[in-house]
Design a binder for this molecule. Structure first.
Ligand SMILES: Cc1ncc(COP(=O)(O)O)c(C=O)c1O
Length: 394
């Protein structure tokens, strides 16, 4: 294990990803997602010029800036978890069920209120899912959440409560109030050993991104960079490739990317166990401002991750501008995967560990569009609609 210093913090771990235990996927979340209104696979863009500049075989961006009519991937997890919860509560089978079975089950349950805590995107996905099903929604956001993100959640018809504390505390409050008021909690993070089922389902739902990418890439990636808040998105990506490579097929190297001020995965990896840090909301990568890894994501990440990178906000801004140059609208957290690649390619030790060379095929995911359009314009110098006039998938 070696720590690399500089503008980013990096931890390289000698790991054998095949040791990671990954449960079989009995159900395919994409079977639900393809029945939801507005479903289409999101585009995959090849960045030829950047690959040449960095001396890599190829760089691809899976672009989640517009997913199911929302500017982030997060609804994939919330909708899948709610699907499983509601069908189970209604005593209906989940296998083979799509939107129409979900609507029928929801109608049987009558009045339901969904709740969650969020840095923005997850809560909006839960609020949209609630609206689709005719449910109410109460969404908690930590203080400091951008007004544009609050307004977007309220615009889905949800009640938004600003909690005076960080993300972890907003999560605890959403869970406590759910129990007190009989709401259904749709948490994207598990804190400890209790209430792990729903966060596991949320994580499972992200699989659709990688399932689509398999069809869009002509050969599997050799390196996958996954930006992380609580780590559910990263673990979902890792699990997907571990399942796909069961047997002897080659596995990509996995890299997590976090903000310098909220690198709870990197700190946990260094400590050798799940560790909470005091993350505030300093980073502009709002979706990644998390202080505690999800207990259902951490074992997968710990077993399989080769490099834990923590990057400064300036690198996220740089990555946003790079993506805008090629017509991709990426918000601050969305661009973090590419920010990690820029940092990794620039660091000889990390570059060597990840075999970032002329044979490397690198996958990053743009996990959000311009979820705070004012901040986007300040950083990129153009409005999101001028960078990509039509946000519908290509
Ligand atoms: C845009 C975006 N990207 C990445 C993430 C990270 O996901 P996770 O918290 O599962 O690590 C989030 C989380 O909210 C997000 O909003």
């Amino acid at each position: 294990m070696a720590a690399v210093t500089g503008a980013m913090r990096a931890l390289i771990v000698d790991t054998d990803a095949r040791r990671a235990e990954v449960p079989d996927a009995q159900l395919r979340p994409r079977d639900l997602h393809r029945t939801l209104p507005g479903y289409a696979p999101t585009p995959l863009h090849g960045l030829r010029d950047l690959a040449a500049e960095l001396g890599l075989g190829g760089v691809w961006v899976k672009d989640e800036s517009w997913r199911l009519d929302l500017p982030s991937f997060k609804i994939l997890g919330g909708s899948w978890a709610v699907h499983r919860l509601i069908l189970e509560q209604a005593g209906r089978p989940v296998a083979g069920a799509g939107m129409s079975e979900l609507l029928a089950a929801a109608a049987e349950l009558g009045e339901v209120t969904l709740t969650s805590a969020t840095d923005g995107n997850h809560g909006r996905g839960v609020a949209r899912t609630a609206r689709m099903l005719g449910f109410g929604a109460v969404i908690f956001v930590p203080e400091g959440t951008a007004q544009a993100r609050i307004d977007a959640i309220a615009g889905e018809g949800a009640e938004v409560v600003v909690h005076p504390g960080n993300y972890d505390r907003a999560v605890a409050r959403a869970t406590a109030e759910a129990k007190a008021h009989g709401r259904i909690a749709v948490a994207d993070v598990a804190l400890g050993d209790d209430d792990v089922q729903v966060p596991t389902w949320v994580m499972d739902g992200y699989d659709t991104i990688f399932d689509e990418a398999d069809e869009q890439l002509s050969a599997p990636p050799t390196v996958v960079l996954l930006q992380a808040g609580v780590g559910a998105f990263a673990a979902a990506g890792i699990r997907h490739y571990l399942r796909a490579a069961a047997g002897s097929a080659p596995l990509p190297r996995f890299v997590t990317v976090e903000p310098l001020s909220a690198d709870c995965l990197r700190v946990s990896a260094e400590a050798g166990e799940l560790t909470t840090i005091d993350a505030g909301h300093e980073s502009i990568m709002a979706g990644l401002n998390c202080g505690t890894p999800s207990s259902v994501a951490w074992p997968t990440i710990q077993a399989a991750t080769t490099a834990y990178l923590a990057v400064p906000d300036e690198l996220a801004r740089e990555a946003m501008r790079r993506l805008a140059e090629v017509g991709i609208v990426a918000g601050e957290s969305g661009a973090a995967g590419l920010a990690g690649l820029l940092a990794a390619a620039d660091d000889p030790e990390v570059r060597a560990e990840l075999a970032l060379d002329a044979d490397a095929r690198v996958l990053v995911v743009n996990t959000e569009g311009a979820t705070d359009p004012g901040a986007y314009e300040d950083i990129v110098g153009r409005r999101p609609e001028d960078v990509r006039p039509d946000p519908e998938p290509a």
